[in-house]
Design a protein around this ligand. Structure first.
Ligand code: HEC
Length: 110
């Protein structure tokens, strides 16, 4: 009786549990599997912008916009003032602003 239990633990593993365990093991590479991340143009600041800006909404919600540099700056300020986004350090803010205005402004190639 006891030995049976010992040698047949597999019966107690349900599929959802296995899926959950695989998810936990692979979660550090989640961004690389996220279509929202994959459609972003590669460039300096991409990873950081994804990290900060996809916290509350999909990146596509952001990147469908074409703002000027000034427009992006205002949008980032809006996120902080109106929607409670944490204040960014000046260099963090510049990194995101550079990325967005380089690749997602009216004149950007794309
Ligand atoms: C704390 C939550 C939060 C974070 C973090 C956040 N946003 Fe937002 N964002 C919102 C909310 C709420 C809205 C308004 C509802 C909507 O449009 O879905 C919004 C809407 C937007 C919009 C569309 C409307 C507009 O104002 O133009 C843009 C663009 C945008 N966010 C850009 C950004 C960028 C860039 C970042 C990263 C620097 C960011 N958001 C991070 C909460 C957030």
């Amino acid at each position: 009786m006891f030995l049976n239990r010992l040698f047949m633990p597999a019966r107690h593993f349900s599929l959802p549990l296995i899926v959950l365990l695989i998810g936990l093991v692979t979660s550090p590479v989640l961004a690389e599997d996220d279509p929202d991340y994959l459609t972003m143009i590669d460039g300096d600041g991409k990873d950081f912008a994804y990290l900060v800006c996809s916290d509350c909404h999909a990146m596509q919600h952001v990147l469908q916009k074409r703002y000027s540099r000034r427009g992006w700056r205002d949008a980032i300020t809006r996120m902080t003032l109106a929607f409670g986004m944490a204040e960014l350090e000046a260099d963090e803010r510049a990194l995101i602003l550079d990325y967005l205005s380089r690749y997602y402004s009216p004149g950007s190639a794309r």
